[in-house]
Design a protein around this ligand. Structure first.
Ligand SMILES: Cc1ncc(COP(=O)(O)O)c(C=O)c1O
Length: 417
């Protein structure tokens, strides 16, 4: 662990100065951004990198031999190499698209070619709608069965829990490496090995984990790992997928168009061939500005270290829990989990009212079901508040939040003052 940097995270404001958005105010209150599980703030370096594309490289790749096009092509390749190294996989196994949601839809369509009626898909109750609905759609279309894997007492999923639900009909397991409501994780390496030995496809939704955990695809042995750049200090509109080479090569395209076509028939057979396996999965003009900036995103996170970021966030959560324990009107749902997320409610107040009140003081927290409609079966509440930390958060912000919650007391009175 890089101790110096870790100390920097905790002790000084150098890193906070990287984030221009932290300078904005609401009602004269400083911004306290506690919603990084939804999307992270962006450092100036990365904003500059996005701008650099528009200022100096704006063109398309693969359609011209002119200098700009080849300069951009080599920069796209540099970004792809950085990502592949970050994940420990091959460049050819990286595919770019819009976001995690879109990519899980693509994956579900790819894998639907390899399943038949009554086959089973395993998910968990804590999945984000983006790792639920694509499978519901495929299950309905192909008459498959969806089963939900239980959590163990620590709210994690390991091989034992997977064993309790799989059957000879299980073809796909799709789970979040880290969930977005509780921040709980799964034993991704153990499950990956277990499923690989049984030829069951393993899809990992890495939307949350990518910014807190080092990811080693060779150890996980999954078939797909997907995430969104915007949750790791990068731009919106870019989803990144690791796909196992053999699957990417042998599967048929599920969306098609420009940038991918090699030849097509006009004899009524409607066949076409693609330029390469990689091009097959990226039809149309890509989000070059975002891909361009990914090299800077990876540099930024590697310089600080995702392990250090996670440890910093766990420290913040522990501190928040200890402060909340002093308040009799707070109900916490995941206080014991070592994660960057705390989900809670204020007794007798709706989550929506609390978040609205905090917002008037500059504090951004999320309320609702957090796109996880069936988690209520586990935590037994329809709506909650979620605080999620990232590297720019500080203990002083927690003190400020706790003070506001104490002063809020009866939120409804406060709102109608
Ligand atoms: C666990 C998880 N999966 C998927 C998604 C969807 O990500 P995106 O909106 O970038 O497609 C999210 C977003 O919050 C998430 O937390």
């Amino acid at each position: 662990m890089n101790l110096n940097l870790y100390n920097l995270l905790m002790l000084n404001d150098k890193l906070r100065n990287d984030f221009p958005q932290l300078k904005i105010k609401n009602n004269n209150h400083n911004l306290v951004y506690l919603d990084s599980a939804a999307t992270t703030l962006k450092p100036q370096k990365i904003i500059n990198s996005i701008t650099e594309y528009y200022e100096k490289f704006s063109c398309s790749t693969g359609r011209g031999n002119y200098f700009l096009s080849s300069q951009l092509e080599s920069r796209v390749s540099e970004s792809t190499k950085s990502i592949a190294k970050f994940l420990n996989c091959d460049e050819e196994e990286i595919v770019f698209s819009y976001n995690t949601t879109y990519l899980i839809n693509i994956i579900s369509k790819i894998l639907s070619a390899n399943v038949k009626e009554n086959d089973e898909i395993i998910l968990s109750h804590a999945e984000h709608s983006s790792n639920l609905l694509p499978w519901y759609m495929i299950a309905k279309a192909k008459k498959l069965k969806i089963k939900f894997c239980p959590f163990n007492e620590d709210l994690t999923i390991g091989v034992r829990e997977i064993k309790s639900v799989i059957s000879p009909k299980t073809k796909i397991v799709s789970l979040a490496h880290m969930t977005n409501v509780l921040g709980n994780t799964i034993d991704v390496n153990g499950i990956g090995k277990f499923l690989k030995e049984r030829n069951i496809y393993f899809v990992v939704d890495g939307a949350q984990s990518i910014s807190y955990y080092p990811v080693d695809i060779k150890k996980i042995q999954c078939d797909f790992y997907v995430f969104s750049a915007h949750k790791m200090c990068g731009p919106t509109g870019l989803g990144i997928m690791y796909g196992r080479r053999e699957i990417l090569e042998k599967s048929e395209a599920v969306i098609a168009g420009g940038h991918m076509l090699k030849s097509l028939t006009t004899d009524g057979s409607h066949d076409f061939t693609v330029l390469s396996s990689k091009r097959k999965w990226q039809p149309g003009t890509s989000n070059y500005a975002a891909i361009f900036a990914m090299k800077e995103v990876i540099n930024y996170l590697q310089e600080i270290g995702v392990d250090n970021i996670r440890k910093h966030c766990i420290e913040l959560k522990k501190y928040l829990v200890s402060e909340f324990k002093k308040l009799p009107n707070i109900v916490m749902y995941n206080e014991k989990l070592e994660s960057s997320i705390l989900t809670f409610n204020v007794k007798n107040c709706s989550a929506e009212d609390v978040s609205f009140d905090l917002s008037s003081k500059g504090i951004c927290v999320r309320h609702g079901d957090h796109c996880s409609k069936i988690l209520k079966n586990v935590i037994k509440t329809q709506a909650s508040l979620r605080i999620s930390f990232y590297l720019y958060n500080r203990k002083e912000e927690i003190d400020y939040l706790v003070k506001q919650i104490k002063e809020g007391k009866d939120f409804l009175n406060h709102l109608f003052e």
